[in-house]
Design a protein around this ligand. Structure first.
Ligand code: IPM
Ligand code: MG
Length: 366
């Protein structure tokens, strides 16, 4: 006989926590929740994060929000930040602390950012169609280590420091995610010609790949695992190659800050940063956070002009990686592609469709 908790879990709906945040965050989150509601029956509970939480509670992430997230099945996040809370005072609370605290608090070390230009948008990118055609890559970004979480501070007047630190286990576990996601190649991006953390990164990824290759050749192993090749690339060179031959990349494995920068660059391959979804995952039982790669776009907040497709795409990733509903995930992705093929263009893509029209266009095609 299952215990009470087991019984409740078996009969209750999946729990989704929504963290709309700031700027266009609430608008794109509402749009994505509308799509989610068409796909299935979910219990949705909203909490403030970022600037909205600072205004309400004085901190960007309250204990209550973090607890609510811990017991959720998946978390949908809009965006955080805005000029209202911008300050260089190290003592002032910052909206970004909410997002970073959530990633760290839930142990979400693996950030997956797939970059696949929708066929209908091949002419919407500032890059020529021939350049971006056949691009289908994934940035696998380490999310809870590196310079984002190292020691930092001000030393007297006129000096400041941030430290970048990585350990072997931190590198191994993200390498594992990258190799599992790869079909043909992992490009590990670092700055090993300068940084000590990058040399440890390179050495660890190399050893991990070697062990994996040997294991794949062993008895009873899956020989397909042997097919994934590993290359190393310096981050400045990677920034260039990403623009000049994006279709050659499969999985880009990289540390926290390089991944932040390269994923914004990669977003332009899809025509607009308003198109890129992401998933942040941790150990098996931790709920994932699903969010658009773009920020809070305070300049267009409240105008109804935000592109909701990155957040709707994040709902697809949530269905696939967080709620174990791969068929529904594909359905949402197909609906997005079809809406674009039928001409849907929000202002960031050169059109004039509103957030509401874009959302309706996707829902119609589900
Ligand atoms: C991202 C964002 C965040 C990051 C900010 C808002 C803290 O740029 O998710 O890429 O730097 O990780
Ligand atoms: Mg970023």
């Amino acid at each position: 006989m299952p215990d009470r908790a087991g019984l409740t879990a078996a009969i209750s709906k999946p729990r989704v926590v929504a963290l709309p945040g700031d700027g266009i965050g609430p608008e794109v989150t509402a749009a994505a929740l509308e799509v989610l509601a068409r796909v299935g029956d979910f219990e949705v509970e909203a909490h403030p994060i970022g600037g909205a939480a600072i205004d309400e509670h004085g901190v960007a992430l309250t204990d209550e929000t973090l607890e609510g997230c811990r017991i959720a099945d998946a978390i949908l996040l809009g965006a955080v930040g805005g000029p209202k809370w911008d300050s260089t005072d190290p003592a002032a609370p910052r909206p970004e602390q909410g997002l970073l605290g959530l990633r760290k608090g839930l142990g979400l070390y693996a950030n997956l950012r797939p970059v696949r230009p929708s066929p209908a948008l091949l002419d919407a990118s500032p890059l020529r169609r021939e350049r971006i055609e056949a691009t289908d890559l994934m940035v696998v970004r380490e999310l809870t280590g590196g310079i984002y979480f190292g020691e930092r501070g001000r030393t007297g007047a006129g000096a400041a420091f941030d430290t970048c630190a990585y350990s072997v286990p931190e590198i191994e576990r993200i390498a594992e995610v990258a190799f599992r996601s790869a079909r043909r190649r992992v490009t590990s991006v670092d700055k090993a010609n300068v940084l000590e953390t990058s040399r440890l990164w390179r050495e660890t990824v190399e050893r991990f790949a070697g062990d994996r290759r040997r294991a794949a050749r062993g008895e009873g192993a899956d020989p397909r695992e042997d097919d994934v090749e590993l290359e190393h690339m310096l981050v400045d060179n990677a920034a260039m190659q990403l623009i000049s031959r994006p279709h050659d990349f499969d999985v880009i494995l990289t540390e926290n800050m390089f991944g932040d920068i390269l994923s914004d660059e990669a977003a332009m391959l899809t025509g607009s940063i308003g198109m890129l979804p992401s998933a942040s995952l941790g150990v098996t039982d931790a709920p994932g956070v699903f969010e658009p790669v773009h920020g809070s776009a305070p300049d267009i907040a409240g105008t109804g002009r935000a592109n909701p497709l990155a957040t709707i795409g994040s709902v697809a990733m949530m269905l696939r990686f967080g709620l174990d509903r791969p068929a529904e995930a594909e359905g949402v992705e197909r609906a997005i592609d079809e809406a674009l093929a039928d001409g849907l263009r929000t202002p960031d893509l050169g059109g004039d469709a509103t957030t509401a029209e874009a959302t309706a266009a996707v829902i119609e095609r589900l």
